[in-house]
Design a binder for this molecule. Structure first.
Ligand code: SF4
Length: 717
């Protein structure tokens, strides 16, 4: 496809008044292509349009992308480093003062308590270059095992499941355009009409050409309203339903025995494991009628192409990895994985959730999706980094466990947070807020103040999305180049500069001084050569010319790999692996004391902890506050009407919400969004029970009670 120039200047009377740059949205994993036009004189006027040429969003965006320009030159933008004074307030200081303070404190804490007393927490918003350098900084400079990121809260169960079953984790193993060609599409635990609206063009194309759409969700949503079949299951019973569908597929002789024989291993164990998942038992557990279970299985099995895509609803549970494995078991047994417009995929959530874990900011991984406990992988990365393999730390704690270990008892005394609002994003948020305050040193790099900077000893103002270039990896595994639109305000530095400056102060100038972001990417390319997520053949030029490149891309001549698994799976046998995953329930179920389910999710106007979108007036006007979605019958029983306040309590805390009555939700379930902090944070209620494999917290289900609020008790923890 011919492309316009990447940067387009528009002369008027021989005076350049504006410049248009092709770049990408700051928010979700769809990474919509956009054009940003800025006034060249004062940058005060920013016009954002959806890029019609970018083949993922094809000229569509959601309201978050269209309004992202408000983040640039925002009056609340942090522009100077801040240091906490003896009086307890944050005061502006010079960069050298802040960096010297951090370095001295890190050295003192390491001398006193050892390197494992230091840690870092990254974000799924960071570019590949930043994720790579942050991982290297923690392992080489701090010499600590403790680095993880908020992607652990988002995609970790899908990643674990795909690694176990396929030997590789890439959100979608095919381009998003393949969705339109799937004759049956099953969306499991995704309300993408709200969370990723431009993807609906591919789903509507799928439906318009006669395809069937199954949506599995405890709530009715704009996504379920588009469905041919909605399976409205009881919260926390996803694994039971997925196992039940495989039981039915076997019982109805809908499985593909030839495919199972040729391309997979381990089916007999799985067949035995689902024997007890008979339809009537599954109906009792999940609330999904037998005829709907059967309808869903037939739609998936009998279509020439069928696809299952999971979202956070299936994954953010203590059974998340097993649920993903059960969905993969189903699609393997039906013989669909690796065939055109078919198979299993995950709708990755955060902008660079995929690349973030590929390049080393996850506790157990090294760049290129290498594993930190694999001796060969350690040796390869140690060679690139110029250190002895034994000098590389081993696996550290997962995200919630890392934060829960902050303070003298847990042993982590200093934390560097880059691009994550952990005080809002974490389950049992009051526990994490308390732990942050136990730190000897909390450093937060961000563009705006948020609930985490409120606890920081040092806040460093860093560049945001449109102020620097860098690569991102979208939900398809397509690596894209996010181009710089305008320079950062004076006083603001890149996270890459911050890491380089701290490394130099800690005696590691070499290996952290890069002339450009591209130089960091070139080292990343070398570090991934020969690895599972091989980026070695990807260059900035190639990204510009080709609308991104799908990894793996092992050489300069290689075009990238849009589709995986057509011929083989990357296990040594070349076969996919079934995994028997007996049905388990959620860690905390309603009981006499806490009789209701609580589930959480997103509004289309806000993103994650809201640290950015709560700064955008248009989005705040549209959604000024969180509303508790409640069924009218339950509301009547509790004695509340539309807009009145309900006090919701779990075993971990309490929050007052104004209610919104809707029959879209089950009468035994409450729903609240997670975009707000402080006393409005639904994560004051959520359960930090972790998936035993992925270590992902159970955001999607916990037990609560509710009563009409009599007083202004806003939160108890
Ligand atoms: S938030 Fe996601 S769907 Fe919306 S414009 Fe940005 S990338 Fe696109």
């Amino acid at each position: 496809m011919a492309r316009r120039a990447d940067r387009m200047t528009r002369p008027q009377l021989h005076v350049v008044t504006s410049e248009t740059t092709r770049t990408h949205c700051p928010y979700c994993a769809f990474q919509c292509g956009m054009t940003v036009t800025t006034n060249q004189v004062d940058h005060q006027e920013v016009t954002i349009k959806a890029d019609a040429d970018f083949p993922v969003n094809r000229g569509q965006m959601c309201v978050k992308g269209f309004t992202a320009g408000a983040l640039l030159d925002h009056p609340a933008r942090l522009r100077r480093p801040q240091l906490r004074t003896h009086a307890g307030t944050l005061a502006p200081v010079a960069w050298d003062t802040a960096l010297d303070f951090i370095a001295e404190k890190l050295i003192a804490l390491r001398d006193a308590y050892g390197p494992a007393a230091l840690g870092a927490f990254g974000g799924g918003c960071l570019t590949n270059e930043k994720a790579y350098l942050l991982g290297k900084f923690v392992r080489v400079v701090l010499r600590s095992p403790h680095i993880d990121y908020n992607g652990r809260y988002c995609m970790a169960s899908a990643a674990a499941g795909q690694n176990l079953a396929f030997g590789l984790d890439r959100g979608l193993p095919f381009p998003v355009a393949d969705i339109a060609d799937a004759r049956t599409l099953m969306l499991w635990g995704s309300n993408c009409a709200d969370t990723m609206p431009p993807i609906m063009q591919w789903i509507f194309a799928q439906k318009d050409s006669g395809g069937a759409l199954i949506v599995v969700d405890p709530r009715k949503t704009d996504t379920t309203r588009a469905a041919t079949l909605h399976l409205q299951l009881t919260p926390g019973t996803d694994l039971a339903l997925a196992n039940g569908l495989l039981h039915l597929a076997i019982a109805e002789r809908l499985i593909d025995a030839d495919y199972i024989e040729r391309r997979t291993e381990g089916f007999d164990d799985v067949r035995r494991a689902v024997l007890t998942s008979d339809p009537s038992h599954v109906e009792r557990l999940t609330g999904v009628p037998i005829h709907q279970q059967l309808h869903a299985v037939r739609l998936l099995a009998q279509a020439p192409s069928s696809m299952t895509l999971s979202g956070r609803g299936a994954e953010q549970q203590s059974t998340g990895t097993d649920t993903v494995l059960a969905l993969i078991n189903l699609m393997l047994a039906l013989g669909k994985v690796g065939k055109p417009a078919s198979g299993y995929g995950c709708l990755t959530g955060q902008g660079n959730g995929q690349g973030g874990r590929e390049h080393g900011q996850k506790a157990d991984q090294l760049p290129g999706y290498r594993l930190i406990e694999n001796p060969e992988h350690r040796a390869e990365i140690a060679r690139i980094w110029g250190i002895a393999p034994e000098a590389l730390p081993h696996k550290g704690k997962s995200a919630y466990e890392l934060l829960d270990a902050l303070g003298p008892d847990g042993g982590i005394r200093a934390l560097l947070v880059v691009g994550s609002n952990v005080a809002v994003a974490s389950p049992h948020a009051s526990n994490i807020a308390r732990k942050l305050r136990l730190l000897d040193l909390l450093v937060v790099c961000d563009a705006f103040e948020n609930e985490t900077t409120a606890a920081a000893h040092v806040v460093l103002p860093t560049t945001q999305w449109a102020e620097e270039e860098g690569t991102m990896t979208n939900l398809e595994g397509r690596v894209i180049l996010r181009q710089r639109v305008q320079s950062a305000p004076p006083g603001v530095r890149s996270d890459l500069d911050v890491l380089g400056a701290l490394a130099a102060r800690l005696g590691h100038a070499e290996g952290f001084q890069f002339a450009s972001t591209r130089d960091v990417f070139d080292e990343l390319r070398r570090a991934t050569a020969g690895a599972r997520a091989d980026y070695s053949g990807i260059t900035y030029e190639k990204l510009r010319e080709n609308q991104g490149v799908f990894w793996p891309c092992p050489s300069n001549e290689h075009p990238g790999t849009p589709r995986l698994f057509a011929d083989a799976f990357p296990h040594p046998s070349g076969r996919a692996r079934f995994h028997a995953v007996p049905t388990r329930r959620a860690a905390e179920l309603p009981d006499a004391e806490y009789p209701l389910y609580l589930t959480t999710g997103r509004y289309k106007e806000h993103y994650n902890s809201g640290a950015q979108t709560r700064r955008v007036a248009q989005l705040v006007d549209a959604r000024p506050e969180p509303r508790l979605q409640i069924h009218p019958r339950l509301a009547a029983r509790l004695g509340v009407s539309e807009g009145e306040t309900l006090l919701v309590e779990s075993r971990r805390g309490a929050v007052r919400f104004a209610v919104s009555l809707s029959s879209d939700i089950r009468p035994d379930t409450l729903f609240a969004p997670f975009h707000w902090g402080g006393k409005r944070a639904v994560n004051l209620l959520t359960n930090p029970a972790l998936d035993p494999i992925s270590r992902m917290p159970e955001f999607k289900v916990c037990a609560v009670r509710a009563r009409a609020a009599e007083s202004r008790v806003e939160s108890v923890s």
